[in-house]
Design a protein around this ligand. Structure first.
Ligand code: SF4
Ligand code: SF4
Length: 438
């Protein structure tokens, strides 16, 4: 794609990066076929190619984003299916990240929308606040039924519609909090490795059992696990809201905390059980590439970051139970399959450890969770969830496995089949307890 940035514009490293990405696009349109919003809405401007044109125009003209640009970028799930499909290697992720950041800086959203986004950006990365908000949401749930639901999917969902979606996501009860930052879990037997385990923010409130399963499996196989004390939210949630200052501050804080731990006690890896977070941590090196003080450290952290399945694949797991009769529908989280290109590994691990693993039809399509998307774009998100659940039902599973808490909550909201994390199943197969039901 031909671009027309001025030399002055190209002196800005972000614009130079956007120029490189845009020039790689040959507007072939292959990406449209696998884009969930294009598949649902059929509008070229809701396809990757259409969005790329909108972003190009916005950046080249260096004008504040228009309502049209904002509408179509907001509808993008950042699922990155387009990056998997694109034959030219267009890095849509870095382009849309830049667009979201520009929208956040240069576009004034209506007051209610600004307020909602500010609340989400404040509450979600803070487990204490998130826990309190879930309790409040649970109390407010009966009100959700009284709120109006539009019959036709709205172009811009109303605040009420979004509140209703938020209330619907609140669980009926919350588990006890998991172990605190600073905890160290010694290995059983000879120590074979030492890792940090990302505590996550929403996940540690909604499902501390996931990291507990990871700790159980790892320590059982000789790996010491540390929950690093000063770690905070990885920044993924605010990054996807375009709030880069917040996201980068969090990234710097985590980098300092993890490398401090690595220097003092050694770390073989930083393990992540929420693939949405893993994709962003693996991108810290890029996000901080222009930061003289942090670029090297960020690249080091990105190299240390691993999805839990990547690390577990390198351990000689000791299966203790065979579960050959249990059919698992494996839901491939977008951040894992498109963001981190981890597609077969979780399924291979599950199969090797005695489960019957079934691929879900249309597995490339997002379930509609996508960070805060199911709150901000509830109508598209619900349609994607219903489609995902219908596809999952086709394989008649006993359980559904996924590697991302956002997908787990989204899918669990529409099915009675238990939704568990891949690591819970692997822990179970190697001597742990049976994964909890929804
Ligand atoms: S598939 Fe790639 S090169 Fe083709 S239009 Fe989409 S982003 Fe551009
Ligand atoms: S990230 Fe997903 S929703 Fe956004 S353009 Fe790409 S395929 Fe479509």
């Amino acid at each position: 794609m031909k671009t027309e940035f001025s030399l002055t514009q190209l002196a800005d490293p972000d614009i130079a990066e956007a120029d490189k990405i845009l020039r790689a696009c040959v507007h072939c349109g292959f990406c449209t076929a696998t884009c969930p919003t294009y598949v649902l809405l059929g509008d070229e401007l809701d396809s990757p190619r259409g969005r790329i044109y909108l972003i190009k125009e916005m950046l080249e003209k260096d004008r504040p984003p228009t309502l049209e640009v904002v509408k179509h970028i907001d509808r993008c799930l950042s699922c990155l299916a387009c990056m998997t499909t694109c034959p030219s290697g267009v890095n849509y992720m870095h382009l849309v990240d830049q667009a979201r950041s520009k929208i956040e800086k240069d576009y004034t959203r209506p007051l209610t929308e600004r307020a909602l986004r500010a609340v989400l950006a404040w509450v979600l990365p803070r487990p204490g606040w998130f826990r309190a908000s879930m309790i409040l949401a649970r109390l407010g749930r009966p009100l959700a039924a009284l709120l109006p639901t539009p019959k036709v999917a709205a172009a811009s969902p109303t605040l009420l519609r979004r509140i209703k979606a938020m209330l619907a996501l609140a669980p009926s009860g919350l588990p006890k909090p998991g172990p605190a930052g600073g905890s160290v879990f010694p290995p059983q037997g000879e120590r074979r490795g030492r890792v940090a385990l990302l505590q996550g923010c929403a996940q540690q409130v909604l499902a501390p059992r996931i990291n507990q399963a990871a700790i159980n499996l790892l320590t059982r196989h000789g790996i010491e696990v540390v929950l690093v004390k000063d770690e905070q939210c990885c920044g993924a949630l605010t990054h996807h809201l375009g709030r880069d200052d917040d996201a980068l501050t969090r990234a710097r804080g985590n980098i300092a905390a993890w490398l401090n731990e690595a220097d003092r006690n050694g770390l073989d890896a930083i393990l992540v059980t929420t693939s949405g977070c893993g994709t962003v941590i693996k991108d810290y090196g890029f996000m901080l590439r222009e930061d003289r003080d942090f670029a090297g450290a960020a690249a080091k952290v990105s190299a240390l970051a691993k999805d839990i399945t990547e690390y577990v694949a390198g351990i000689d797991l000791q299966p203790q139970r065979q579960h050959g009769d249990i059919v698992i529908a494996y839901h491939s989280a977008c951040s894992l399959q498109h963001g981190q290109k981890i597609t077969q590994l979780p399924k291979e691990l599950l199969s090797k450890n005695g489960f019957v693993v079934k691929d879900v039809p249309e597995s490339h399509l997002c379930c509609g969770s996508a960070g805060t998307y199911n709150i901000l774009q509830p109508d598209i998100a619900s349609r994607l969830r219903d489609r995902k659940i219908a596809n999952i039902a086709k394989v008649k599973p006993d359980m559904i496995a996924a590697g991302n808490i956002g997908c787990m909550v989204q899918i669990a909201g529409g099915t009675s089949v238990p939704v568990v994390h891949t690591i819970e199943l692997l822990d179970w197969a190697t001597g742990g307890s049976r994964p909890g039901l929804n």
